[in-house]
Ligand binder design. Structure first.
Ligand SMILES: NC(=O)C1=CN([C@@H]2O[C@H](COP(=O)(O)OP(=O)(O)OC[C@H]3O[C@@H](n4cnc5c(N)ncnc54)[C@H](OP(=O)(O)O)[C@@H]3O)[C@@H](O)[C@H]2O)C=CC1
Ligand SMILES: O=C(O)CCC(=O)C(=O)O
Ligand SMILES: [Mg+2]
Length: 737
């Protein structure tokens, strides 16, 4: 059961650009909803909020915060859940450390993040910080599978207002490089647990000398669970990286590494660290002891390394020389000298690869110019999607967003399906031996011979979420009547187990002929061919491809994934409405702080709000919520039709302007509707006041732009300062109240 005082809708407090947007939009939502008796509460899932909640004993009574993520984690397991979830930071270690430092500077007596915990207290602090790190929110809240697609109006708008696309040259040197052996893909084993195999599972390392170390126990898996185990060989990875660095240099193109160090919070920072070490090999060989003494952890990137050796001229010169000796690197920010390998969370594959493909295969080099790029994606499980996309565009030229059809996604992710649940079962192997997954009945389910440094991981997917995912796919295909493809490779161990679920369900429902099952590479090609004809395709995928494809296709079709409708149909009957498929856009905060312009597009919030209100109407029979929700859809349409989305440049309308127009169109739609006279009467004067003062409001908003903005913090902003920045129109504020 949900807590007795749960509001009708919970709106999440998050980080960076979406949180800034909330400072302006949420007061409007609350005021409008209150008029219809709909309550909108908030829960804090921001990085800073989660850190504060984890250390109550270190803080004063006034500083303490409840563990809102835990509360929401319970709520989403109930039918009462109606949550609007904005993107939050999935923190890398450098981000976590920066957030802790900021809070300490604000008087929060938090322990430092212990890089190398020694005492019991440090081990405890480290365990709490590790739980906050990476993708720690989404797997908890996503108690349902994912349905992401562009709303019809949004897709139509993109077709009639196509964004610019880079051109693809057939002789582009841009390509994807992946390991051909020794990676997670090659080493994967998978099995579905029978009733006799269900129960407790332990993971142990049997060393060469026969001693056994338990890596993890206390896991209980029910019958029907698909259990995978695999590993990446550290030696094979290093050899591959060395080869790619040399080959990139020889080709005269940019070196780039694309990982998901946030969502894959244990394995991917380690792989990223291998790349840092390989790129700076002479430095680590010559100065290894000094780097260690300075507390350098390559997994945290070159940025952290540079900060730790600051002032040590010889070391600094050695790092500079090593970077110069390597191929030019793909840059995050060439003006500031921030490379791909500076921070593990700066280049995140789901957003970075599509942006590069949208640009015609170009990345930014250290000279501030665009260039072809070697896209290094070590594991070969999903890299073929990007490889095939790039080959396809080299052959056919860029996609035309004016005519392209659309790709929707049904993604398996409920109950920490697949890689989402793999964090506690991923290990950097301390010594050579055999890793074994041992079942309660004594059987060894999977085993691998490993060497020190190898990265071993197990992921699982439970029966109920898999069946729910197939059911959702059937429902969506029936609704659209279009092509629908299960992106599953029968030659891959894990996918073969999923296919054993999928096929009988499709056959039993009599819909097998409506679906294709294709390996990712083949599915990529067919899907591009389909949307090139202007048609729709539904990609039904596992968790990682859910993540990758719901940025890839929208970024090519709509220019951004921020405009996606992103619904999580919770398995217990509740609703979780995500706002777009993108993240928290740190670059937008940088621009706001420098020139007080927020280019964040809240279309994702508008779409989610409409869905959330209509869901409230449907499950609680709340007629006023239905009226509010339908009016939100009209207002969202108005934003598109009248081109009220934020512009990218200072001096032009921004996020705050779009919220004003949204409020105006919403109020007008409510005043005009005839299903609820009381609401119409209430909103008529609001619409009138907003409309009559439009010019004044817009000029007050414009006046705020152009000078630096002070938010009083980055991860933990000052609410009063933020409100002053985000609500600069006294006229609008007076009408909203
Ligand atoms: N659901 C979640 O909770 C998610 C969280 N994240 C987190 O977000 C952070 C940033 O991730 P990153 O990989 O940079 O991806 P983002 O999606 O945040 O940003 C990449 C780019 O996409 C564009 N963009 C994204 N959202 C919007 C929007 N609403 N309006 C306009 N443009 C938008 C921006 O392009 P431009 O700069 O050209 O304007 C932005 O720089 C990370 O901390 C990550 O962990 C990431 C994905 C999902
Ligand atoms: O959970 C995360 O870290 C990011 C998730 C994400 O990028 C997505 O859901 O698209
Ligand atoms: Mg994503």
């Amino acid at each position: 059961m949900a807590e007795p005082n749960t509001p009708d809708i919970v709106y999440t407090k998050v980080d960076e650009a979406p949180e800034l947007a909330s400072a302006s939009l949420l007061p409007i939502i609350r005021t409008f909803a209150a008029a219809a008796g709909v309550s909108v509460g908030t829960r804090d899932i921001s990085l800073a909020g989660r850190i504060i909640a984890a250390f109550p004993e270190a803080l004063t009574e006034a500083q303490r915060q409840s563990d809102d993520l835990a509360v929401l984690g319970e709520l989403v397991k109930t039918a009462e859940a109606n949550v609007i979830k904005l993107p939050n930071v999935s923190a890398s270690v450098p981000q976590l450390v920066a957030a802790v430092k900021e809070l300490q500077s604000q008087g929060y007596a938090l322990p430092d993040y212990p890089e190398a915990p020694a005492s019991e207290a440090e081990h405890q602090a480290r365990a709490r910080y590790d739980a906050i790190k990476g993708s720690a929110v989404n797997p908890v809240l996503r108690e349902g599978n994912s349905d992401r697609r562009a709303a019809v109006a949004v897709k139509k708008f993109a077709q009639s207002n196509p964004h610019s696309m880079g051109t693809w040259a057939s002789d582009s040197k841009t390509h994807v490089s992946s390991m051909s052996s020794g990676d997670f893909f090659s080493n994967e084993k998978s099995a579905t647990l029978s009733a006799a195999q269900a129960g407790a599972v332990s993971i142990e390392l049997v060393a060469a000398d026969g001693t056994t170390t338990v890596l993890k126990d206390g896991i209980t898996l029910p019958a029907g669970t698909v259990v995978d185990a695999t590993f990446m060989s550290a030696k094979a990875l290093d050899a591959f990286l060395a080869e790619q660095i040399a080959a990139t240099r020889a080709d005269g193109i940019l070196f780039s590494l694309h990982m998901k160090a946030t969502m894959m919070k244990v394995s991917d920072p380690i792989i990223f660290g291998h790349a840092v070490k390989e790129f700076l090999k002479p430095v680590f060989e010559q100065y290894g002891a000094e780097l260690e003494a300075a507390g350098v952890n390559p997994n945290s990137g070159i940025g952290d390394l540079m900060a730790r050796i600051k002032g040590k001229a010889e070391l600094e010169a050695a790092v500079k020389a090593a970077i110069e000796a390597g191929p030019p690197m793909y840059m995050v920010n060439s003006d500031r000298g921030i490379t791909n390998l500076h921070v593990p969370s700066d280049v995140i594959i789901d957003a970075s690869m599509p942006a590069l493909i949208r640009a015609g295969g170009k990345g930014w080099g250290p000279d501030g110019k665009e260039a072809d790029t070697n896209c290094v994606i070590p594991d070969n499980s999903y890299a073929p999607v990007y490889d095939e996309a790039i080959s396809y565009f080299k052959e056919t030229g860029a996609l035309d967003p004016a005519t392209a059809g659309t790709v929707q996604n049904i993604g398996l992710m409920a109950q920490k399906a697949e890689e989402y649940g793999s964090h506690p079962t991923t290990f950097e192997i301390p010594a050579a031996g055999t890793v074994r997954m041992v079942l309660e009945n004594g059987e060894v389910l999977h085993e691998h011979a490993v060497e020190a440094g190898d990265i071993w991981r197990s992921a699982t997917a439970r029966q109920a979420p898999i069946e729910d995912w197939v059911a959702l796919a059937i429902e969506r295909q029936a609704a659209e009547g279009c092509q629908a493809i299960f992106w599953l490779d029968e030659a891959r161990a894990h996918d073969a187990e999923l296919i054993r679920y999928v096929k009988p369900i499709l056959e039993a429902k009599g819909v097998a002929d409506k679906f294709l099952i294709l390996a990712p590479r083949e599915a990529t090609r067919l899907t591009f061919e389909t949307i090139r004809k202007g048609e729709t395709s539904i990609a039904i995928t596992g968790n990682v491809l859910r993540d990758y494809l719901t940025d890839l296709f929208p970024i090519l079709e709509l220019g951004t994934s921020a405009k996606m409708l992103s619904i999580v149909k919770l398995m217990q009957g509740g609703g979780l409405f995500e706002t777009g498929a993108g993240g928290s856009a740190p670059k937008h905060v940088q621009q706001l702080v420098e020139e007080n312009h927020l280019r964040w597009d809240s279309l994702g919030e508008f779409c989610a709000l409409g869905e959330s209100l209509k869901f409230l109407a449907a499950v609680k029979g709340n007629a006023k919520a239905k009226v509010l929700g339908e009016a939100v859809d009209i207002a969202t349409q108005g934003i598109l039709d009248s081109n009220r989305s934020p512009s990218r440049r200072v001096g032009q309308p921004d996020n705050r302007d779009s919220h004003f127009w949204f409020a105006l169109y919403w109020a007008e739609a409510l005043a005009a509707q005839t299903s609820d006279a009381e609401l119409a009467a209430h909103f008529a004067p609001v619409a009138k006041a907003l409309s009559e003062n439009a010019e004044k409001i817009v000029s007050e908003l414009a006046a705020a732009q152009g000078t630096p903005a002070d938010l009083g913090g980055y991860y933990h902003t000052d609410p009063v300062k933020t409100e002053a920045v985000m609500r600069p129109s006294a006229t609008l504020n007076a009408i909203i109240g």
